[in-house]
Design a protein around this ligand. Sequence first.
Ligand code: PEP
Ligand code: MG
Length: 628
Amino acid sequence: MKNDKVEAPEGLSAKGPDKSPDRAAERGQEAPRKPSARKTKEQAIRGLPIAPGIAIGPVYDTTEIPAEAPRRTIPAGQVEAERQRLVDATALSRKQLNKLKTRLGILPEEAQEELAPLLDAYVLMLGNSRLLRGARKRIEQGLLAAETAVQDEAEAIAAAIMANKDDDRAGLKRRADEVREIARRLTRNLTATPFRSLKEVPEGAILVAEELTPADAALLDPSRIAGVATAEGGADGHTAIMLRALGIPSVLGCVGLTESVTRGDQAVLDGLAGTIVLRPGQAALDKGREALTAFAKERAKLAKLRRLPAVTTDGEPVELQANLEIPAELPLIAQAGAQGIGLLRTEFLFMNREDLPGEEAQTDAYAQILEAMGGDPVTIRVLDWGGEKDMEALGEGIAPTHAGPNPALGLRGLRLLLKRPELLEAQFAAILRVADRGQVRVLLPMVTNPSEVKQAREIYERVAKRLKRKGVHLPDKLPDLGVMIETPGAALAADAIALEADFFAIGTNDLAMYTLAVDRAEAEVSHLYDPLHPAVLRLMQFATEAALRLRMPVSVCGEMAGNPRLVPLLLGLGIRSLSMNASAIPRVKQAVRSLDISDCARFARRVMEQSDPARIHELVMGFGTEKP
Ligand code: PEP
Ligand code: MG
């Protein structure tokens, strides 16, 4: 990510006469310094390009607490619990501000010098300040819920500030707004319901949030929402994948976004460039409109590729399939001309609900998808819960309530399913019940050990026998059972795992994350997240060769597969099957149709000789332009 052009969040960069947070906090005047009066100046913020497309429209900032946040009182017996809620929300707010501070490193030095003390001051306000002391008192003596107490105290402090006879009215107003600002953050964290108002997002608006979970993203309606921008999030996290799947122009990881925007501001968002321009002037608006027209034209051009085969210039066919996150994507998949679904992520069935989908409900869901795919192959991956995905949504008592200190290394994917075999049995049974309605394959996520595959296969065969006994018709040969190669352990043991598997799907998103020890959904380390790192490529090569030696099918289904610039390398490594978000298929097809396999093989050999990630990037980006 290139962030060198990031502008300082405007609101945070203003200077004020009294810059001593300590003194101000001691006085209980809730210190500096963000003038949170509505901003008017144009401001461009750069983030991570997530989903291409241009959005021009009003911003709907979900981090704003609606004024009508309900007032609540509490029974006397709940005072302690309410105090604890305030303590927790204060800690979370402090953590958020500290995190924002560490990310200021990507801003120009001057802006950093301006902003860091201001953020310190905000953090200080979350210490032993008048706001928190007052709020605690209101909880204890007024029997108010924590958010009501915070809001009342903030209003009282703001009113006291404004009653000051000081002539600097603007300065007083600014200080009063600062108190409200911190109170808003606290309230947001206390109520933890930034998306309660999601349905109220006006049509054509650009949604702005501090952070969006994959489950939140799954609820977005692409026909209503013009674009999405968030302060947090990584390029290959599940939220990003969901947004790409929905085709909503999106930019994540925009430092200072929520501090810089007011609901209703106009904005131009470019999901390919990874920018959002707030309150654009005429020139920025014109540029946005031009980009919008160009994007529509390009789309129309690519749509013409739909019926053309994905074959290299020397006649080698390449299978281009779609990843599916939610059934709403099915029409997009059809439009894109995908040759089936290479990765059906079944997590959507388990999201945003309190209970578990039973065998019957799952059977219906798979049957509908198979029917929509009209006989094209569909690879159904069993539940990959855990890691960055919200464990709570899996239903109480089913998933571990506590994700553990390292959720990505914990009970994720197949590990959870083998611990809770009833989940796996229900899912296998549902898949097997529809197996004769199309070309179905079954895929296991988060495998590190051949024994896990063996165990899963035993359950698979046992479920099949039970269904047969019940008279359910199954195909003579059970659908193939494949393995995601998405951990370094699985990649390096690919030869052993291959003996237990019917096919491999290389999940480059997690493979890069686990190999480089870089959280794929974490904006702060996104500059280190690099699927082209030689360590990742070597693991991919090792796993691919292990599969090819056994003539076993192998595909790539991580986000790498949807990047047209990486196609020469992937084909050169021996990959002939790619599964990606549907909207990427036309561009990837265009790339495939321009390539010669022997050129790709030569190119891959050259890349694999390199050990410097920067050189690999140079080679990959320069493919086709360099002299042989
Ligand atoms: C991957 O890890 O590359 C993958 C395709 O799986 P997911 O993104 O669902 O974790
Ligand atoms: Mg994965």
